[in-house]
Write a protein that binds this ligand. Sequence first.
Ligand SMILES: Nc1nc2c(ncn2[C@@H]2O[C@H](COP(=O)(O)OP(=O)(O)OP(=O)(O)O)[C@@H](O)[C@H]2O)c(=O)[nH]1
Ligand SMILES: [Mg+2]
Length: 363
Amino acid sequence: MSKTGAEKIIFDNDLKPVQAYNLAKATGIEAIDRFQLILEIFAKRASTKEAKLQIQLARQKYELAHAKEKVKLAKIEEQPGFMGLGAYEVDVYHEAVKRQLHTIQNKLKKIGKERSLHRSRRVELGFSSISLAGYTNAGKSSLFNTLAEETARVGLELFTTLSTTTRIIDLFGKKALLTDTVGFIDRLPITLIEAFHSTLEETIFSDLILLVIDLSESEDEIERKLSCSLDTIEKIGASGIPMVTALNKIDLLSKEEVEQKAEMLKYIAPNIVPLSALQKTNINRLKVELTNFLKQYIQTAFTLPVTDDSLSFISWLFSRANVQKVNYEGDSATVIFEAVPDFADMVRGRVEKLNGKFVVLNQ
Ligand SMILES: Nc1nc2c(ncn2[C@@H]2O[C@H](COP(=O)(O)OP(=O)(O)OP(=O)(O)O)[C@@H](O)[C@H]2O)c(=O)[nH]1
Ligand SMILES: [Mg+2]
């Protein structure tokens, strides 16, 4: 084994500590399983404090389940992967891992509270929300960047996005919120599904899901990853949300191949749009499709007497809804704007408090 220069052996199935120990003993190098590999990749890619803590949590849970056996084995003889553990007493190590686990859980709880505050604040916006979803490496972040025209890091490797990011995007003059999310993978270990549930939760609270598929792969791969994605969407309780499917990476295919694959997917993927996030092909067609499925905005108008309060209210509204027109005449201001119905209702209340008049123009 060492002849090949390998630094690690990776198993696609679960390894018990005793198996990892015996493999390390026989080969002289560390043996890890699929779960540990996924953890290592997630750990490398985690970009926010929350994502990092969630990975530490998953790692500590794994450690806790194996701590006693690992320390016992390490006492026999030091092996790669068990190094340093031999100095511990079994119970002492177990307790230490447990304590670390509690500390991480407490930190996460705090962040979780901030996150839900953040989300309810977002509901106070007049825009519809769209969540990206799809298998890892399908091109979600690329499409996010193209749509948001922003230049966050787009990586070659897997799991580029481990935290959710939200931007306001423009759909022919109408604004919507777009959220990039973590990629799905097959057989994601259950502890990791739990760990990332809070991240995936964003998807449940959106008005529309933009599912991304890598069309350049073989038909078998496409079908496998599509069904994994649809399964995951169902598991997190988001299957009732309308969906648009972006068939991405068409720049890597001939026109005939695109047509043939689109024909095959037409019946299993909802509302397909072939496109290239990288080459920015067919992005307008996608925008049309997204606009069709967004929550209906209603158009309303209100008139307010000009005061400091009403002026600051109008500037507040600019950042939260599609303000289409502001007209000052004498000592009153008239504003026309579009927003989702709940938000428009909330604005009506504020306008009436400021002694203004509010009318719905169309819905
Ligand atoms: N040729 C081609 N490559 C693309 C296109 N869109 C994305 N890619 C490439 O596909 C790879 C993955 O893209 P990402 O946007 O990071 O994929 P992702 O779905 O966000 O991946 P995760 O965050 O890991 O789930 C990158 O190397 C991109 O450059 C496309 O339209 N055409
Ligand atoms: Mg990404």
